[in-house]
Design a protein around this ligand. Structure first.
Ligand code: PXP
Length: 257
């Protein structure tokens, strides 16, 4: 059984990119994303995610190497589907690679990969990573066509982009939640391991954690921001508790029906 399935609980992947953002505001080594990752492990994280962007705006090559060598948890290496990044991943051999679209001008990952359109390029990249024993995750919008395409090219995992759900308000948020629910069901039904993330905070995490097909959530920016006020361990501990409570409540409700 892979480490992703051994605990049975909803996994929390902590993204440490923005620890590096703060460090880079002044240069030097403080605060160190590896130290944050070790604290996250102690606070109940199940994995660490880091995105080495093409422009190296936060995580650096040295950070990735130090995280890969120094954390007691699986490393989820988030990256663009470029030859440079594939070569790096094959050298570092993280537990998983999460392929994301990347634009130099964007503030953050704005949408999912268009797997359906990129199949001819992505398929050999997915195959090379998998042949090296690296699990491959594709970051997609919650759309059936993207999930089917991801499955067709042999991805192990799809991570659903939760940004539209987190940004929406009122009825619109409920509609976006239903899209996530439907996509999680569709992905799991075709054999994909389903993850979700982007923009989640204490207010938005519960409804997503309650989706039974999801096995992992990846959360970064909010946790690092909250750490300014409460410390990283407390922020992660509270997120973990909210996820566990929402999942337990959903499971109990399912049992009563
Ligand atoms: N998952 C993926 C694929 C992402 O690109 C990001 C943002 O880097 C996250 C999760 C985490 O998003 P946030 O930092 O908004 O929690």
């Amino acid at each position: 059984m892979s480490p992703e399935h051994s605990s049975g609980r909803l996994r929390l992947g902590v993204n440490v990119d923005h620890v590096a953002t703060i460090r880079n505001a002044r240069g030097g080594r403080h605060p160190d994303p590896l130290r944050a990752a070790l604290l996250a492990a102690a606070a109940g994280a199940d994995g660490i995610t880091a995105h080495l962007r093409e422009d190296r705006r936060h995580i650096s090559d040295d950070d990735i190497a130090r995280l890969a060598a120094g954390i007691p948890l699986p490393l989820n290496f988030e990256m663009a589907a470029t030859e440079e990044m594939i070569a790096l991943a094959l050298r570092i051999r993280p537990n998983a690679c999460c392929l994301v679209p990347e634009k130099r001008t964007e503030l953050t990952t704005e949408g999912g990969l268009d797997v359906a359109a990129m199949q001819p390029t992505l398929a050999p990249q997915v195959a090379r990573l998998r042949a090296a024993g690296i699990r491959v995750s594709l970051f997609v919008d919650p759309e059936e066509g993207q999930l089917a395409a991801a499955r067709a090219i042999g991805a192990d995992i799809c991570e659903l982009h939760t940004g539209a759900y987190c940004e929406a308000e009122g009825d619109r948020r409920q509609q976006e939640l239903l899209r996530l629910v439907g996509a999680a069901q569709q992905g799991a039904a075709v054999g994909l391991e389903m993850h979700a993330g982007h923009g989640l905070d204490f207010a938005t995490v519960g409804a997503v954690a309650a989706i039974p097909q999801l096995v992992e959530l990846n959360i970064g920016h909010f946790l690092v921001g909250e750490a300014v006020f409460t410390g990283l361990e407390a922020a992660i501990g509270k997120m973990r508790a909210l996820m566990d409570a929402a999942r337990a409540e959903a499971t109990a409700k399912e049992g009563r029906q």
